[in-house]
Design a protein around this ligand. Sequence first.
Ligand code: R5P
Length: 235
Amino acid sequence: MKTAGGSADAKRRAGEQAAQEVEDGFVVGLGTGSTTAYAIEAIGDAVADGLEVRGIPTSFQSRQLALEVGIPLTTLDAVETVDLAIDGADLVVDDPGSPAHGTLIKGGGAAHAREKLVDAAADRFVVVADPSKLADRLERSVPLEVLPAAHSVVADRVRDLSGDPSLRAAEHKDGPVVTDNGNLVLDCEFGPIDDPEELASTLSSVPGVVEHGLFVDLADATYVGTEDGLEVRAY
Ligand SMILES: O=C[C@H](O)[C@H](O)[C@H](O)COP(=O)(O)O
């Protein structure tokens, strides 16, 4: 599993506490990453104790973990409702005075396209994070999942938008990261993002962009695990 920075205890606290929101009969979106993994494991424990749930994984990694811990799986097209989605984030704007409060940047694990599909479909979307993910403003590179044939034209378009794109390289093979959907990832630096809604809509309109990692107005709450407790932000 890809493990980002941040304390394992803090991540565990956030993940395990979010899993407490899962009720009998729920369909649950299973996000991706090292923090959500704790939630998936806790849901697996609850299933072993008799809780009846069905999970919708958002990546190869979350599917494998869900199978390992015994969570019955389903798909988005086989259900009418997704009751809850639990997912991590790479950045969470944590400033109640900002219009971007609760906006996320995701896709550090290149899973943001399926994550957005499932998180947006859920009646409630809970983010799990440790304090290293919280920021006063939206400033971090935005991952774009792009069709392989489109990577250079999308990169040109990002430069037109004053962004600085770089093709994400794989760590353990020569060449680029290939997503679970067979696409590539451009990490795009835009500096501080003052109008996330506008940038999100512009990026969505670029031909060849499958999905971007800006999650605007999607999260309902963030569980922030700390060294010795838990804080909950509601949006
Ligand atoms: O593509 C990956 C996802 O958006 C993850 O949810 C995000 O990268 C956070 O992962 P972690 O909890 O490992 O920091």
